[in-house]
Design a protein around this ligand. Structure first.
Ligand SMILES: Nc1ncnc2c1ncn2[C@@H]1O[C@H](COP(=O)(O)OP(=O)(O)O)[C@@H](O)[C@H]1O
Ligand SMILES: [Mg+2]
Length: 465
C-alpha cells in the first residue's frame, strides 16, 4: 500500500485522515516493524527507512516532527489501500497483480537501455521471414520503439506485411502486434514494436492542468486523451467528433479513458458553458461526479427508467434548441455563440456500459438514434462506452450517425472490425492503449496511449476544481 501511494506524484489528501469507518489507526508497529526490532533477531526495523522515504517525498525533515510523520504515514497507507481496493478484482492472481500494479509503467523515461542485441534480433527475425532490411533510425515512445527500416528490395514489403504475425511470434510478443506504416521517405517503413510492460512510461494526469490552462476560454470542447506513439500529446475537439463510441473488452481502459475526457472538459469549461448528463448503470464509475455544478438533470442516473427519462428530456431540449436556432437565423450553436445570438451551454451525454442498459431495454435506441442524427447542431454531444458494440447495442442507425470511435483492446479482430471497420484493436497492449478514429482529424486510425487516472487523481482534481 505504501509503494502504491508513493507512486502517485501528488501528496495524499487529508481526506484520508478519516477514511476508515471505524476511525482506527493502523498500528504503527505493524506498518514499520518498529516494535519487533529489539526482541527478535533478524526482523528489521523499517521505521528510519520509511521516515527517510516520506521526508524525501514530502520534501520536509520528518525526523524533526514525528507526529506529522505518523499522520502522513497513515494517509499514505490509507490511500494505498484505497487504490488497491479500487483496482483489485477477484480474478487477479495476487503476485501478478502486485507486479503489474507496482512495477508496470514506472517512469524509466531517463532513457531505457536499448540493447544492441534487440536490433540484431530484429534483423535476424526479419531474415527469418525473408525480408532484408537495414535499421535507419529508432525512436523511443512511451510504450513502443519505432524503427525506420530501409528495404532495398521493394518486393520485400509484401513479405513483411504477410509475415507480421510470424515476426511478432519470433520476437516473443504474444497477442500484442507489430504495426507497420509507410513513411514519406522512399523505401522506408516505420515499424512499431512494443516494449515489455516494465519499460513503459506512464502517462501521468499531472500534464492535464498545464494543458487545460492553455485551453481556458476555449468555447469548443477540447479533450486531452494522452500521448501518441511518439510521446506527443494527443488532443481532439468533441464539437468536431461530434459523437463518440468507446469500446473495448473489460479491463482494457474504457472507464479511465472516459475520466480523461470528463476531467479535460471540467478543467476547461465552466458550468455556464457545459452541462454533463451522466448515466452509470454500475453506479460506481461516475459516482465521483455526483457533486459537480456541471451536472445536467437531478444527478448521475443509474436505473434504465431514469436513463430513458433523461434521453427523452434531451430530445425535447434538442427540439427546443432547434426552434431557437431557427428563430435566431443561424444553423448551429457554435455560430449562435460566436454571433452572441444565444447563450446556451453545450451538453455532453455520457453513457457508461451502454450494452448493460440496452439489454434491459431496447426502447432506449429510439431517442438515442434521434439524438445521434440531429443533436450535433444544437450543441448536444453523445459519448457511449460499451464492452460489446454488436448489432444489438450498436445498431446500423446508431453506427452511421456515430462515426467517431475509440477502440481499446479487444479479443478478436472481428470485434475490432465492428468498432473501427478495420482490424488492429485485437493487437493492442491493453491498459489504455487505443486506436482513435475521428474522421474530422484523420482518415486513418491513430494509436494513442491513454493517460492513467487513478480514483485519487479524480478526487483531487474535482476537489481542486
Ligand atoms: N491509461 C492507462 N495506463 C495504465 N494503466 C491503465 C490505463 N487505463 C487502464 N489501465 C489499467 O487497466 C485497468 C482497467 O481499466 P478500466 O478503465 O477500469 O477498464 P474498463 O472500464 O475497460 O473495464 C485499470 O485499473 C488500470 O490498472
Ligand atoms: Mg469500466
Amino acid at each position: 500500500a505504501l509503494a502504491k501511494s508513493l507512486r502517485i506524484s501528488t501528496a495524499p489528501d487529508d481526506l484520508f485522515d478519516d477514511i476508515d469507518e471505524k476511525g482506527k489507526e493502523y498500528p504503527f508497529s505493524v506498518l514499520t516493524g518498529k516494535a519487533y526490532s529489539e526482541d527478535v533477531d533478524g526482523i528489521r526495523d523499517f521505521d528510519d527507512a520509511i521516515c527517510a522515504l516520506l521526508s524525501t517525498y514530502h520534501n520536509e525533515d520528518l525526523f524533526e516532527n514525528i507526529k506529522r510523520y505518523r499522520t502522513l504515514l497513515q494517509r499514505h497507507i490509507r490511500r494505498g489501500l484505497y487504490e488497491i481496493r479500487s483496482s483489485w478484482n477477484r480474478s487477479h492472481d495476487f503476485i501478478v497483480y502486485l507486479q503489474e500494479e507496482l512495477f508496470a509503467g514506472l517512469d524509466f523515461s531517463a532513457d531505457i537501455e536499448l540493447s544492441p542485441t534487440i536490433d540484431a534480433t530484429l534483423i535476424e527475425a526479419l531474415k527469418d521471414i525473408s525480408v532484408a532490411a537495414e535499421i535507419k533510425n529508432k525512436i523511443q515512445g512511451p510504450r513502443i520503439d519505432r524503427y525506420a527500416l530501409y528495404l532495398p528490395n521493394i518486393q520485400h514489403l509484401d513479405q513483411l506485411k504477410r509475415g507480421l504475425e510470424k515476426l511478432a511470434f519470433r520476437l516473443g510478443l504474444q497477442q500484442e502486434g507489430v504495426f507497420i506504416h509507410a513513411t514519406s521517405e522512399p523505401k522506408v517503413v516505420a515499424m512499431d514494436i512494443p516494449r515489455s510492460r516494465e519499460n513503459w512510461k506512464t502517462i501521468n494526469v499531472n500534464q492535464l492542468p498545464k494543458w487545460a490552462e492553455q485551453e481556458q476560454g476555449n468555447a469548443r470542447l477540447p479533450v486531452w486523451l494522452g500521448e501518441d506513439v511518439l510521446g506527443d500529446p494527443f488532443t481532439f475537439d468533441l464539437v468536431d467528433t461530434p459523437h463518440l463510441l468507446i469500446a473495448g473488452t473489460t479491463g482494457s481502459g474504457k472507464s479511465i479513458c472516459l475520466h480523461a475526457i470528463l476531467l479535460s472538459l471540467l478543467w476547461t469549461q465552466s458550468s455556464e458553458n457545459l452541462q454533463l448528463a451522466l448515466c452509470d448503470p454500475k453506479q460506481v464509475e461516475l459516482a465521483h461526479y455526483e457533486k459537480i455544478p456541471h451536472l445536467y438533470g437531478k444527478g448521475v442516473v443509474h436505473l434504465v427508467t431514469d436513463v430513458m427519462d433523461m434521453l427523452e428530456q434531451l430530445v425535447e431540449e434538442m427540439e427546443r434548441r432547434n426552434q431557437m436556432l431557427r428563430d435566431a437565423g443561424v444553423s448551429n450553436l457554435t455560430e449562435a455563440l460566436q454571433q452572441r445570438k444565444l447563450q446556451l451551454p453545450r451538453i455532453v451525454l455520457v453513457i457508461e456500459e451502454l450494452a448493460d442498459l440496452m439489454m434491459q431495454s431496447r426502447e432506449l435506441e429510439t431517442p438515442l438514434v434521434r439524438l445521434a442524427q440531429k443533436a450535433r447542431s444544437t450543441g448536444i454531444h453523445l459519448i457511449l462506452a460499451t464492452q460489446r458494440p454488436d448489432s444489438v447495442t450498436f445498431s446500423g442507425l446508431l453506427r452511421t450517425n456515430i462515426p467517431s470511435r475509440i477502440a481499446l483492446r479487444v479479443q478478436k479482430n472481428t470485434e475490432s472490425r465492428i468498432i473501427l471497420d478495420e482490424s488492429g484493436a485485437d493487437q493492442l497492449l491493453g491498459s489504455g492503449d487505443m486506436l482513435v478514429k475521428i474522421p474530422q482529424v484523420s482518415t486513418a486510425a491513430i494509436r494513442v496511449h491513454g493517460a492513467y487516472i487513478s480514483q485519487d487523481d479524480i478526487k483531487l482534481c474535482l476537489r481542486h476544481l
